[in-house]
Write a protein that binds this ligand. Structure first.
Ligand SMILES: [Zn+2]
Ligand SMILES: [Zn+2]
Length: 687
């Protein structure tokens, strides 16, 4: 595969060979020339508050305006009349102003101040540059005020900088009174006000100003549209967008983000297509929007188009794409994105590396995740969390805990996500006492408030060890109202330990909180069946029907050479079905010889989980695995994904298959990863 890609690359000199297969659809036939990449890291929904006086002020100042020269030299003559400066002095002032501005831009206020202090002659531009540094820095507003008062000849720009400082670092009343006191206001002053109110969600005030404003430009309209989108008033945003006299790329992007935020994908797509100029933020909004709306495949598609048109992704694009890859378990594309990252400036970017680690973990390739984790130069808490969670979800509990200790050793403070992973690790490794200790230490030593997720882990942990009464006690002691997931977890534990009494308690609570929970009914029916209470089983089925509970149809999928093959239980569609059935029949004979007895209870119990009651042998995960055995070369692990929990019989059968075929089989279900090898599963038969 990669060999093939390399050859193609050499032939065509095209940086992203893997996207060549993709042809733009009719929605995407815009010409390349309309793309411009602007401010790649800008917030997609807000044009910068015009505190940056260079950006939006129509009176963009020269670095030197001679009529505003001021001097701190005591003997300086009257400046307005006859500036005594020769060309050299002027050049000095210009270059000092430049130096100050560049220091301010890089956030180095003290160096800027040093240059400022050494200047014997300053222009208003000098003062403004310094003022901009102070007014933007949080906590420096008083200094900014003092500086502002010292400016000998303030111009509108000085006032606008100060106004932006107030907008960013002060209450809106102060802002308002300063705005009213301004001797003259230009379009930038009004925009600063409107953006400020809009960003604080005070849309009524923003609108008032908007109506009073004498002349509006694209920034004004963008601020209003973004503001409405942010506070969820999509219709008002739409109205403004429609009537906007000038629509900037920011306005278009804000509108697209708004549509995607509210799941209106069609409308977003239409605007995206109509939009005359797109920037990276627009593309990122589309990619992320698709992924967030469970349309990961479209997200990846649009990402490929973006690359095709030569737009360089930033880490925000990559994290969305990798999230999409994780969701689709599209390992091949994930690997291609990895190559892309390696060749780009994002190679050493912590966020990009962490997204990759997370993608590898979610696609079930822990070795690659670990390799990358080791290569990541500066790891932050998110990187550690990704790797610890990765190990925990794959049942490598001890590795996860070891890594956690290493992280503590490096002096990195764990957060609540770390502890979810740690408790999960204890859970999967069956380390009940250690888990309880970590849970206590989380609150006492790290001041991390327990969240519902932590309690769910704890109930799982206690339940696995058969400490069902303790689990119920913990639920009762929770500082918040129990959530349905926690009862689902308890119910699962009751099923495994066949505790009918607590199972009924758990199921009742679960179904009270979530009467549509198919899993709740199924699990309860399973408990009754396991204790031979068939009349109860029938009653549960009836009430499931009465409540019109919709069961999620079970399906499994496997990715082979960039194509995802999906199997339903009792599938009749897949073209390779005949050889798959043949393979399964052959396997069944070998499995039975090795001692496998089909778990007929599973066939009955999973009536709810699989859409139809089918022969156990044709459960979707078995079909996908048989297909994998046929097409995946020996020595390569078979990775199968399932949208529901794996059933008892499949779990048992896959253990046999892994031993008979001497293959590593990795199955991800909704609960966790199962690594089958040599007849055993990493979950220790508890899931
Ligand atoms: Zn099954
Ligand atoms: Zn397992």
């Amino acid at each position: 595969m990669y060999h093939y890609l390399r050859n193609r690359r050499n032939q065509r000199h095209f940086p992203f060979p893997f996207i060549e297969n993709f042809l733009p659809t009719k929605h995407c036939n815009w010409p390349f020339s309309t793309f411009t990449v602007q401010t790649p890291n800008a917030n997609p929904n807000f044009e910068a508050v015009p505190s940056n006086f260079h950006a939006h002020s129509p009176q963009r100042p020269n670095l030197l305006s001679t009529h505003n020269l001021t001097s701190t030299h005591p003997a300086a003559p009257s400046l307005d009349k006859s500036p005594p400066f020769d060309q050299n002095s002027l050049n000095d002032i210009i270059s000092s102003n430049k130096i100050i501005t560049s220091y301010i831009r890089s956030g180095d206020l003290s160096s800027a101040l040093r240059v400022f202090g050494n200047m014997t002659v300053k222009t208003t531009v000098t003062w403004n540059a310094m003022l901009a540094g102070y007014s933007r820095k949080p906590g420096k507003l008083t200094e900014a005020q003092k500086l502002f008062d010292q400016i000998p000849e303030k111009d509108t720009v000085s006032y606008n900088i100060m106004l932006a400082g107030y907008v960013q670092n002060s209450d809106m009343e102060t802002v308002w009174s300063f705005f009213n006191s301004m001797p003259s206001k230009d379009i930038a002053s009004w925009n600063t006000m409107i953006s400020g109110f809009a960003q604080k969600g005070a849309m009524a005030k923003a609108r008032e100003l908007f109506l009073a404003m004498p002349a509006k430009n694209s920034v004004t309209w963008s601020a209003m549209i973004s503001g409405y989108v942010e506070c969820g008033a999509l219709e008002l945003a739409e109205e403004f967008f429609e009537f906007a006299a000038v629509k900037s790329v920011v306005a278009w992007t804000a509108m697209i983000s708004g549509y995607l935020k509210f799941g209106k994908i069609k409308k977003a797509e239409r605007l995206f297509k109509e939009m005359p100029v797109k920037n990276l933020v627009t593309w990122n909004a589309m990619i992320a929007g698709y992924v967030e709306n469970c349309r990961a495949e479209d997200g990846l598609k649009i990402f490929r188009i973006m690359l095709r048109y030569g737009i360089r992704p930033n880490h925000s694009s990559l994290s969305s794409v990798l999230l999409g890859c994780s969701e689709l378990s599209a390992l091949q594309l994930g690997k291609q994105v990895h190559q892309l990252v390696c060749k780009s400036l994002l190679r050493d970017d912590t966020t990009a590396c962490t997204s990759l680690i997370s993608m590898y973990c979610k696609c079930g390739v822990l070795d690659d995740a670990w390799k990358l984790f080791l290569e990541t130069k500066s790891k932050d808490i998110v990187s550690w969390n990704a790797m610890i969670s990765g190990y925990a979800q794959h049942g490598a509990g001890e590795k996860a805990l070891h890594l956690f200790e290493e992280m503590r050793g490096e002096g990195i403070k764990p957060d609540w996500i770390t502890f979810v992973a740690v408790l999960l690790a204890c859970n999967h490794a069956g380390l009940v006492d250690i888990g309880v200790r970590y849970f206590d230490s989380m609150v006492k030593d790290y001041g991390v408030e327990p969240r519902p997720d932590h309690y769910t882990c704890m109930v799982d942990l206690l339940g696995r060890a058969g400490k069902l009464v303790e689990a119920v006690d913990l639920i009762k002691k929770m500082p918040f109202k129990p959530h349905s997931a926690i009862f689902g977890t308890l119910l699962g534990a009751c099923r495994i330990h066949k505790n009918l009494e607590l199972a009924e308690f758990a199921a009742q609570n679960l179904l009270n909180l979530d009467p549509q929970s198919a899993a709740g009914y199924v699990q309860l029916a399973n408990v009754y069946a396991a204790t031979n209470k068939w009349d109860h089983v029938a009653r549960v089925r009836r009430s499931m029907k009465d409540n019109k509970v919709v069961k999620t149809p079970g399906y499994s999928w496997i990715e082979i050479k960039n194509t995802v093959h999906e199997f339903r239980s009792g599938d009749r569609v897949h073209p390779e079905l005949a050889s798959i059935h043949e393979k399964l029949n052959e396997l069944e004979k070998k499995m039975k010889l090795a001692g496998y007895v089909p778990d007929l209870e599973s066939a009955l119990h999973d009536v709810g989980e699989e859409q139809k009651e089918q022969l156990l042998l044709w459960h979707s995960e078995k079909l996908a695995i048989a297909f994998g055995l046929i097409v995946v070369p020996y020595g390569t692990p078979i990775r199968v994904f399932k949208n529901l929990r794996v059933c008892g019989d499949c779990h048992r059968a896959i253990k046999y298959i892994s031993a008979i075929e001497r293959r590593e089989i990795i199955l991800r279900d909704t609960v966790r990863f199962h690594h089958f090898m040599g007849g055993c599963c990493s979950c220790g038969d508890y899931w």
